[in-house]
Design a protein around this ligand. Structure first.
Ligand SMILES: CC(C)(COP(=O)(O)OP(=O)(O)OC[C@H]1O[C@@H](n2cnc3c(N)ncnc32)[C@H](O)[C@@H]1OP(=O)(O)O)[C@@H](O)C(=O)NCCC(=O)NCCS
Length: 197
């Protein structure tokens, strides 16, 4: 069945090149590798990361988790980076859902407890969003539980505008949560009014 719409980002533009390293201030944002497995295990043992990301990982699963992101980059279905300072991993910034043809991505992030409160997540989110826009992406969005006020602040600081509340959209260990939807557009939408009749 022929597509009647040109893809926003042609297949191969992302996965056909190496995943980039980005720099912001003192932070380096680089692809994960197998040596990161212990810090990934530690991150998913943190109660806040477990609560909002609803998973835990053992060492073997963490190694697979890191390798899977390299595959997803190649197949252009997602992307994930470690956010580091020197040799220390501070957090994670990623694109958990990605549709290049539609020009759409959905961000995800966490920061290890010792590095919270330094705007690591908003700076990493801004850098990755800007980079994805240079690739041709049109819209990046993120969702967070209405109970996760820290994540709401990350969205605001990274220029992701609040677009609405999705009722019962996020299934967590304690049940369904209402979720905020935030988004950043490469070219911000112009607000138009319907014509007067
Ligand atoms: C949400 C999270 C990613 C924020 O990352 P960060 O790099 O600390 O972001 P910021 O420094 O910009 O802080 C954001 C908010 O976190 C809160 N915060 C600040 N210092 C904090 C600390 N030491 N510990 C916990 N929260 C803190 C504040 O509410 C802050 O907002 P403010 O700047 O208006 O005061 C991080 O707290 C985290 O990983 N939490 C657990 C996992 C999670 O919630 N992931 C997102 C799921 S949608």
């Amino acid at each position: 069945m022929p597509d009647l719409v040109e893809p926003a980002v042609p297949a191969g533009r992302m996965g056909g090149r190496p995943q980039p390293c980005l720099s912001v201030d003192e932070l380096t944002i680089r692809p994960w590798n197998a040596r990161d497995a212990p810090v990934i295990v530690a991150a998913y043992a943190d109660e806040d990361i477990q609560r909002w990301h609803a998973r835990s990982l053992d060492r073997n699963e963490a190694t697979i988790w890191a390798a899977r992101w390299a595959d997803r980059w190649r197949h252009e279905t997602g992307a994930d980076w470690a956010v580091t300072e020197g040799d220390t991993v501070l957090g994670r910034i990623g694109i958990r859902r990605l549709d290049l043809a539609e020009g759409f991505g959905e961000a995800a992030y966490w920061v290890l407890p010792a590095a919270r409160g330094r705007a690591v997540a908003p700076r990493a989110l801004t850098a990755v969003t800007d980079w994805m826009f240079t690739l041709g992406l049109h819209r990046m969005e993120l969702t967070h539980s209405t109970r996760n006020t820290a994540s709401c602040r990350v969205a605001e600081k990274a220029g992701y505008a609040y677009e609405g509340t999705m009722h019962g959209r996020g299934l967590h260990a304690d049940g369904y949560h209402d979720m905020h939807l935030h988004a950043r557009l490469h070219t911000p939408a112009t607000v138009t009014r319907p014509p007067a009749v």
